[in-house]
Write a protein that binds this ligand. Structure first.
Ligand SMILES: NC(=O)c1ccc[n+]([C@@H]2O[C@H](COP(=O)([O-])OP(=O)(O)OC[C@H]3O[C@@H](n4cnc5c(N)ncnc54)[C@H](OP(=O)(O)O)[C@@H]3O)[C@@H](O)[C@H]2O)c1
Length: 295
C-alpha cells in the first residue's frame, strides 16, 4: 500500500493517477468527507479522511504502508511541524520508503515556504528513514488559474516582473517521476530537482507562445500586490500564508527563479519531459468542457 497525503489537491490527484496507471494500491489521505467524495473515480483503493496534523490520523494512514508520498498543504506556516510529526510516526512504523514532495532550491531563505521545506528535508536526512526528495520548480499548470482572464482580456498579469526568468515543470511529469521513485529500487537518498525542457523563460516569452496558440496577442503585465492579494482565490488564507505568497512573488521579481537542470527529470522518466509549448498544445487540444475542468 502506498500512502499519498494532500491527495485531493492538484499534485496528489496526479500522483494517484500515475500510481494507478502503474497498477499500485493507493491509500489517499484527504482533509474531509467532501474531499473523499470528490476523489471517487480516481481509483484509490482506500480513501481516509482526516487532519494530517492529527497524530491518530497519521498512525492510521501509515498502518501497514510500504511507502509514503508526503505532500503538505500549500504555503502552510507549520510545514516543519507537520513534517516532524510524519517523520516520527514513519520511524515508529518502520516505513520502508518516505518520499517528500518538496520544492526546487529550498535553501532560499527569502522565500519562507522554501525554508520550511528545507526544514522537513533536513529532518528527513537526520532520521533513520530511507528517503527521497522530489523538488519540482513552478508548475506550468499555474497558467490555468489565469486562463479565462487572459483569453478574454489578452493580458497575462502576475505580481512580479514580466521579464523575470523562471523554470517550469508539467506536474503530470512530476507525478510520473513520483510513481517511479515510489516503486523502483535505487532512489534512496536521492534529491531530485525537476524542471521541464525549456530552461528559464520569462512571462513575456510565455505570452508569445500563448499568442501563437490563441491566435491573438497576449500581453504580459505586472500587477500590484495591493489589488492582487484580494483575489477570491485567497479567501480564507491566513496572514502567514499571504506573507509567504508575497515573499515568493517579491523574490521572483528581484531574481527570477532559474531552478533545475533539464536532464534530471528525463533521467527519471526514461523519456524527454514536457516543454511549455507542448504543455500548452495539450491544453489547447482538450475539448472545451475538459479544459474548463482543469481551470
Ligand atoms: N504549485 C506549484 O507550482 C508548486 C511547485 C512546487 C511545489 N509545490 C508544492 O506542492 C504542494 C502541493 O501543492 P498543490 O498545488 O497540489 O496543493 P493543493 O492543491 O492545495 O493540495 C493540498 C491538499 O491538502 C489538503 N489539506 C490542507 N490542509 C490539510 C490538512 N490539515 N489535512 C489534510 N489535508 C489537508 C488541501 O485541502 P484544501 O484545498 O481544502 O485546503 C488540498 O486538498 C505544496 O506543498 C506546494 O508548496 C507546488
Amino acid at each position: 500500500m502506498i500512502v499519498v497525503t494532500g491527495a485531493a489537491g492538484f499534485s496528489g490527484q496526479s500522483v494517484i493517477r500515475a500510481l494507478k496507471r502503474a497498477g499500485r494500491p493507493v491509500r489517499a489521505l484527504v482533509k474531509n468527507a467532501a474531499q473523499a467524495a470528490a476523489l471517487q473515480g480516481l481509483g484509490a483503493d482506500h480513501v481516509l479522511p482526516g487532519d494530517m496534523r492529527d497524530p491518530a490520523v497519521v498512525r492510521a494512514a501509515l498502518a501497514g504502508a510500504q511507502a509514503l508520498y508526503f505532500i503538505c498543504p500549500r504555503f502552510a506556516e507549520d510545514e516543519p511541524a507537520i513534517g516532524a510529526l510524519w517523520i516520527r510516526a514513519a520511524e515508529d512504523a518502520r516505513l520502508p520508503r518516505f518520499v517528500y514532495h518538496g520544492v526546487a532550491h529550498p535553501y532560499i531563505a527569502d522565500m519562507p515556504h522554501h525554508w520550511d521545506k528545507l526544514a522537513v528535508q533536513l529532518a528527513l536526512e537526520r532520521s533513520s528513514l530511507p528517503f527521497t526528495v522530489l523538488q519540482p520548480t513552478n508548475y506550468m499548470r499555474n497558467v490555468t488559474w489565469a486562463w479565462n482572464r487572459l483569453v478574454e482580456g489578452g493580458i497575462y498579469r502576475l505580481p512580479y516582473s514580466a521579464d523575470a526568468p523562471l523554470t517550469w515543470v508539467d506536474a503530470d511529469d512530476v507525478a510520473e517521476a513520483a510513481a517511479r521513485v515510489l516503486t523502483e529500487p535505487g532512489h534512496d537518498c536521492g534529491i531530485y530537482e525537476l524542471c521541464g525542457t525549456d530552461g528559464a523563460i520569462t512571462r513575456r516569452q510565455l505570452c508569445a507562445l500563448l499568442s501563437e496558440r490563441l491566435g491573438k496577442t497576449i500581453r504580459a503585465e505586472e500587477a500590484g500586490w495591493e489589488d492582487w492579494q484580494h483575489l477570491p482565490r485567497y479567501r480564507g488564507w491566513t496572514p502567514g500564508q499571504m506573507a509567504r505568497l508575497k515573499a515568493m512573488f517579491d523574490y521572483y521579481g528581484r531574481h527570477g527563479f532559474r531552478a533545475g537542470n533539464t536532464r534530471v527529470l528525463a533521467m527519471l522518466l526514461g523519456r524527454a519531459q514536457t516543454g511549455y509549448a507542448q504543455y500548452l498544445d495539450g491544453l489547447m487540444r482538450l475539448p472545451a468542457h475538459a479544459r474548463q475542468a482543469v481551470l
